[in-house]
Design a protein around this ligand. Structure first.
Ligand SMILES: Cc1cc2nc3c(=O)[nH]c(=O)nc-3n(C[C@H](O)[C@H](O)[C@H](O)COP(=O)(O)O)c2cc1C
Length: 305
């Protein structure tokens, strides 16, 4: 059996997750596992400068495809499963992965294939996954599983630690703040998901695999974060329009507005977030039934029309 892992990981965190999660498959002699990194020709820097980080905002939000380096997938291998490992940028699939899903070769790679998505993000990914579901549907692929690892620290704490990590490349704990990113223990224990995948591959039965994965914590959705994410998505659409009016990714004229966003977004997060966190929490209690239904949908792989 052959499994293809398509991934983009900038700092290596998602690659480490994929390595751990899929280690039961690597250890099985009857399986062949190919890791293929997806890369844009434009090199996104790490650590990021402030302007470069925020300049990626409109294209992430709009899902504007970038030119990719050749995708090194051997199309003569008839893969039994594709694992699409991706991160989230500004509530959307990262630019390299969004570019892959719109690439002319994507149809050849994904058409008719069973796909499992594997995410490693901060804590807001739900609506990005809806976009990935839509792309996969257009490519006529069959999404059979979803596994999501997030930073389980408090929202504002993870904003502070991730900003330090992204801008200064520092992940270590500091001033009482925890280590940035996804808790190491969660990364290391993710091989439990790989065991489920291996078992399903061997029995060639992927129906309802998500239920097995969910039982061991593959997808955990916090109702207040979901409300926050939906609100932020609306705002992000407006900001992206405001920035794009001054030109595209390489247009220096828009850097003034990019710089403005680089102050507005953190201020918004720190001043408004505590208020919106409380209001989202209250809404999550008042609209509990409605939200639970929505969460049930987001924990599965079907796509709402
Ligand atoms: C430009 C940018 C925007 C990001 N936006 C989000 C986001 O909206 N939601 C989220 O959960 N994580 C977000 N993250 C965190 C990433 O999803 C990811 O966890 C982190 O970049 C490490 O991934 P890596 O494996 O590519 O190094 C963002 C990261 C970057 C670089």
């Amino acid at each position: 059996m052959k499994v293809l892992v398509l991934y983009y990981s900038q700092t290596g965190q998602l690659k480490e997750i994929a390595n751990n999660c899929l280690s039961p498959l690597v250890a099985d002699a009857s399986l062949e596992l190919d890791f293929v990194k997806v890369e844009t020709e434009h090199q996104f820097p790490f650590p990021w400068s402030r302007l470069e980080f925020f300049n990626a905002f409109p294209e992430s939000v709009y899902g504007t495809p970038f030119k990719l380096k050749p995708i090194k997938v051997d199309e003569s291998k008839n893969y039994d499963l594709i694992v699409l490992a991706y991160t989230v940028w500004y509530l959307n699939p990262s630019i390299p992965i969004s570019s892959l899903l719109q690439h002319e070769d994507a149809k050849k790679i994904f058409n008719g294939k069973k796909v499992i998505t594997l995410l490693g993000s901060r804590n807001m990914w739900v609506l990005a996954q809806e976009k990935v579901k839509r792309h996969l549907k257009n490519l006529e692929a069959d999404l059979v599983g979803n596994i999501v690892l997030i930073d389980r620290n408090k929202n504002l704490v993870s904003i502070i630690t991730i900003v330090r990590w992204m801008f200064y490349g520092k992940k270590n704990p500091f001033w009482g703040f925890p280590r940035a990113g996804i808790i190491q223990e969660d990364i290391e224990s993710s091989n439990k998901f790989g065991k489920v995948i291996l078992n399903r591959l061997k029995t060639n039965n992927h129906s309802d695999m998500q239920n097995d994965l969910n039982e061991i914590g593959a997808v955990d959705i916090n109702p207040s974060l979901l409300i926050l994410e939906k609100r932020a998505t609306k705002l992000f659409g407006m900001y992206a329009g405001f920035l794009s009016k001054k030109g595209g990714f390489y247009n220096k004229e828009r850097l003034g507005r990019v710089s403005l966003l680089s102050y507005l977004l953190p201020i918004g997060a720190f001043i408004l977030s505590p208020v919106t966190t409380i209001s989202s929490y209250l809404i999550s209690i008042i609209k509990k039934k409605e939200l639970n239904e929505e969460i049930r949908y987001f924990k599965q792989n079907s796509l709402r029309e």
